[in-house]
Design a protein around this ligand. Structure first.
Ligand code: ARG
Length: 719
C-alpha cells in the first residue's frame, strides 16, 4: 500500500506527472509515442511525419527562430512571415523616423518594391537535430565535476564551431536536462529579411504595459516580414537582385474560427524555463533576486517614460529598450506573487521529499539537498550586489557603454597592439548602437538614482569605498542633490556624449583619456570592485550548482526511465506544445471566456491615452461591424484573441497556433498573470497562452491597411 502510494505521489507531482495534455514543451524530432498518442486523443489529425521530418516537407519547415529570440512562421510560397508586433518592434522603430513614423502610423507594402530591408535581422530554419551526448561526454570524461561545470560552455561552443565550419551552416549544440543530454542542431540562416507590414502601435501594442501579461487582451500583436534568397536559391545578404524565398512548407490560414475545447498546437522557440528548480533556488528568487530587479527597473522605467511622452523623437529612440525592460519588470514582479500564491515552494519541497525517498540507499544522491542548500547559503550575501551591478549600474546606458571600454583600457595599458585593434573595432560597433539610442536627460537621472540606491541598499562593506569617499566632495552623501550634482559632472566630463570627441579618441585611443573620463571612472569603480572581490563567489556558486543540478536531473531521469513524456527545460530549441482552447477561472467566483472580441476594444478605448488610444478608422470599422469574411459566426462580433492551455514561455512570441490539421488559427503572444510562475511550474488550472486570432489580424491588414496584396498571397481555409 505504502509503495503504491509512493508511486502515485511520484507520478503526480509537478515534474513527475506527465499524464496531462497541458504541460510539456516537447522536442518534435523525438516525440515519444505516449505524447503523440495523447495529441491524437486531444484531436490532432496529422501523422508524426507531417509534424517533423527531415526527408519530406513538414510543419517544422515553416517555423523559424526570428531575430534574437522570437518565433515566426512562413505563410506563403513566397517566404511571407508572420510574427508578433513586439518581435518586429525594434525593426519597425529602426525603419521609422519622425517624418515616416511607421511605429506610430503603421506600414503596409503594397508591392515587393516597397518592402523595407532590416539590417541585422536574420531568421534560422532548422534542418536537422542529432543526439551527440556520447561525443560531448567523451570530451568530459577526464574532467572532475567542477571542471565540467566551468568548461562545458566552451567545449560546446568549440564543437559547435567545428561542425559549423565543416557544414557551412549554423550549428549549435545545446545541453538538456542540465547536462545529462546533448543535442546538435543544424540551421540554415537567412539574412535578407524585409518588413512587409505592421499595424499602428496603437493596435500592435494596444493596452501597453497595463494589459501586458493579462487576459482579456485586445492587442493586435502582429507584424509581417518576407525572407529573401539569392537567385540560385541560397541564403544571401541583402541585395536588390535577391528573390523571395521558396519554402519547403508554408502554413495555410484557417478563418473558420475557434471554440472551447478545440485542439491547439504551438510550435516555437521557447527561451528558458526552470521546471526542475529546487525550493532553495526559489527562496533566493523570491526573497532577493526578483524584488531588487523590479525596484531598480521601476526607477529606470519612470525616468525613461517621463522623457518619451515629451518628444516623439525620444520615444522612437527609447521605445524598444523601454518595452524590453518593462516586459520582464512586470513579469518578475508577477512571478514572485504567483510563486507564493500558487504554493510553488511547497510543491517543490514535496518533489524533493519524494526524490529523497526514492534515493534512499543510493549513495550517489546522498546529501544532494544539503549540498544544494549550502551552495545557496554561501552565495546569498552577494546576490543583491550582483543584481545591483547588472540592473542598476549597468542599467544606465552610459555606464554600460563606459564599462565596455574596460578591455580596451587594459589593452592600452599593456600596450598590446593586437588587442587594442580588436577592442577598438568592437567598441566602435557598440558605440554606434549606444549613441543612436541614447537619451541624456533620462540617463542622467538613472545614473544619479542607481548610485544612490546602491549606497543605500548594498551592504556597506561591499561598496567601492574610494568612489563614495570622492562622492562626498559633491555634498552630503545622504542628500539627493549630491547625486544629481555628480551626475551632471559625469555628463560634463566624458567623451561618451559627444560623437566628435569619441571619434577622435577611437581614431587614436589612449589610456589617459579614459583614465580622466568620469563615466569610465564611475563604471569601472563599481564593476572592478565586483569583479575583484565578489565575482569569485558567483563562479563558485554557479559551478557547484551546475554539478548538483546535473546530478539531481540524472536521478529524475532514472526515476522516469520508462516515461517517454518527461520533457527537458526550454533552451531556445524547437519545441511543440499541445492542448486545447479553454476558458478558466482566474479567481474564486470568476470565469474568463476563451475568446474576447472587438467590443472589448470599444470598452477599453481612451482617445489620446498613451496605452489605450486606437486609430479612428479602427473604431469606425468596429462600430459599423464591417468585419467582412472575418466575422465570428457564433458571436457575430470580431474575435480578437483567444486562450488555450498550451505550455509556452518567452521566445514562443510569434509562434503559430495550429488547429488539428496544422492550419494557422492564431499567433501566440503572451501568458496570463495568474500563471506567471510558469517558468518554474505549470499550474494546470490557471496556465493559459494568450493568442491573437488570425481573423482579427487579417481584418486589420485588409480593412484598415488596405493591403489586399497580403491577403491574396495566403492560402485561406474558409470551411
Ligand atoms: N509579455 C509578452 C511576452 O513576453 C510581450 C508583450 C509585449 N507588450 C508589451 N506591452 N510590452 O511575450
Amino acid at each position: 500500500m505504502k509503495k503504491f502510494f509512493l508511486v502515485t505521489l511520484i507520478s503526480c507531482t509537478s515534474f513527475f506527472n506527465l499524464c496531462r495534455a497541458d504541460e510539456g514543451m516537447y522536442l518534435p524530432y523525438i516525440l515519444g509515442t505516449k505524447v503523440y498518442n495523447n495529441m491524437v486523443k486531444n484531436g490532432l489529425k496529422l501523422t508524426k511525419e507531417q509534424l517533423y521530418s527531415i526527408n519530406k516537407s513538414s510543419i517544422k519547415d515553416a517555423i523559424v527562430l526570428f531575430g534574437r529570440g522570437c518565433t515566426a512562421e512562413i505563410v506563403s510560397k513566397e517566404g511571407l512571415l508572420f510574427t508578433n508586433h513586439h518581435c518586429g518592434y525594434n525593426n519597425i522603430a529602426e525603419a521609422s523616423s519622425v517624418a515616416h513614423n511607421y511605429l506610430q502610423d503603421g506600414f503596409w507594402a503594397k508591392t515587393k518594391q516597397e518592402e523595407i530591408a532590416c539590417p541585422g535581422l536574420s531568421v534560422l530554419f532548422l534542418e536537422k537535430a542529432e543526439d551527440v551526448t556520447s561525443i560531448v561526454n567523451a570530451k568530459l570524461k577526464d574532467l572532475n565535476p567542477s571542471e565540467i561545470a566551468s568548461k562545458l560552455p566552451a567545449i560546446l561552443m568549440e564543437l559547435s564551431n567545428e561542425a559549423s565550419k565543416q557544414s557551412g551552416k549554423e550549428v549549435k549544440i545545446n545541453s538538456f536536462y542540465k547536462g545529462n543530454q546533448f543535442i546538435q542542431f543544424t540551421y540554415v540562416k537567412y539574412t535578407d529579411v524585409r518588413l512587409v507590414g505592421a499595424p499602428p502601435e496603437s493596435i500592435g501594442k494596444f493596452g501597453g504595459d497595463t494589459d501586458n501579461w493579462e487576459w482579456p487582451r485586445h492587442t493586435g500583436d502582429f507584424s509581417i516580414f518576407r525572407v529573401y534568397m539569392s537567385k540560385d536559391g541560397k541564403p544571401a545578404d541583402y541585395s536588390a537582385e535577391n528573390v523571395p524565398f521558396k519554402p519547403k512548407h508554408f502554413l495555410p490560414v484557417s478563418i473558420k474560427g475557434v471554440k472551447n475545447g478545440d485542439y491547439a498546437m504551438i510550435f516555437g522557440y521557447p527561451g528558458g524555463t526552470n521546471r526542475y528548480e529546487t525550493s532553495y533556488g526559489l527562496n533566493l528568487k523570491v526573497d532577493i533576486e526578483n524584488p531588487n530587479l523590479v525596484e531598480l527597473r521601476d526607477a529606470r522605467l519612470k525616468f525613461m517614460h517621463t522623457e518619451m511622452v515629451k518628444d516623439p523623437a525620444v520615444k522612437l529612440k527609447l521605445a524598444s529598450n523601454y518595452a524590453y525592460v518593462a516586459n520582464y519588470w512586470k513579469f518578475f514582479d508577477g512571478e514572485s506573487k504567483q510563486i507564493i500564491k500558487n504554493n510553488v515552494i511547497e510543491r517543490k519541497q514535496k518533489d524533493e521529499a519524494a526524490f529523497e525517498l526514492w534515493a534512499k540507499g543510493k549513495k550517489e544522491y546522498e546529501n544532494i539537498f544539503t549540498n544544494i542548500k549550502a551552495t545557496y547559503d554561501n552565495w546569498k550575501p552577494y546576490t543583491k550586489h550582483r543584481v545591483y551591478i547588472n540592473e542598476g549600474i549597468l542599467g544606465s546606458p552610459i555606464l554600460a557603454m563606459a564599462s565596455s571600454l574596460n578591455a580596451l583600457q587594459n589593452a592600452l595599458i599593456k600596450n598590446n597592439s593586437n588587442q587594442i585593434k580588436e577592442q577598438t573595432e568592437k567598441v566602435k560597433v557598440l558605440f554606434k548602437a549606444y549613441f543612436d539610442a541614447h537619451d541624456i536627460p533620462s540617463d542622467k537621472n538613472i545614473v544619479a538614482a542607481m548610485i544612490q540606491m546602491f549606497y543605500k541598499n548594498i551592504d556597506p562593506s561591499q561598496r567601492p569605498e574610494n568612489f563614495y569617499t570622492n562622492l562626498k566632495t559633491y555634498g552630503n552623501i545622504d542628500s539627493d542633490e549630491t547625486y544629481t550634482k555628480f551626475a551632471n559632472a559625469l555628463f560634463n566630463n566624458t567623451i561618451l556624449v559627444d560623437e566628435t570627441k569619441f571619434n577622435s579618441f577611437i581614431a587614436e585611443p589612449d589610456s589617459t583619456t579614459l583614465k580622466n573620463d568620469l563615466a569610465f571612472q564611475t563604471a569601472t569603480a563599481f564593476v572592478n570592485n565586483y569583479a575583484t572581490n565578489y565575482a569569485k563567489y558567483f563562479v563558485e556558486f554557479n559551478n557547484k550548482l551546475n554539478t548538483y543540478s546535473q546530478l539531481y536531473l540524472k536521478g529524475i531521469l532514472e526515476m522516469n526511465a520508462n516515461n517517454d513524456a518527461l520533457y527537458p527545460d526550454a533552451n531556445q530549441t524547437m519545441r511543440v506544445s499541445y492542448g486545447n482552447v479553454k476558458s478558466y477561472s482566474p479567481k474564486d467566483g470568476a470565469v474568463c471566456k476563451e475568446v474576447c472580441t472587438a467590443t472589448g476594444i470599444l470598452e477599453k478605448y481612451k482617445p489620446g491615452d498613451y496605452e489605450f488610444d486606437a486609430p479612428k478608422k479602427l473604431i469606425e470599422l468596429i462600430k459599423a461591424k464591417d468585419f467582412g469574411q472575418y466575422a465570428d459566426k457564433q458571436t457575430k462580433d470580431l474575435v480578437v484573441g483567444f486562450i488555450s492551455n498550451n505550455d509556452i514561455t518567452g521566445g514562443n512570441s510569434g509562434s503559430p497556433v495550429l488547429n488539428a490539421k496544422g492550419e494557422l488559427i492564431g499567433l501566440a503572444f503572451d501568458g496570463n498573470y495568474e500563471a506567471l510562475s510558469h517558468k518554474i511550474a505549470v499550474d494546470k488550472d490557471l496556465n493559459r497562452t494568450i493568442s491573437l486570432d488570425v481573423r482579427y489580424m487579417l481584418f486589420v491588414i485588409e480593412k484598415l491597411g488596405g493591403a489586399t496584396n497580403i491577403i491574396n498571397e495566403l492560402q485561406l481555409v474558409k470551411q
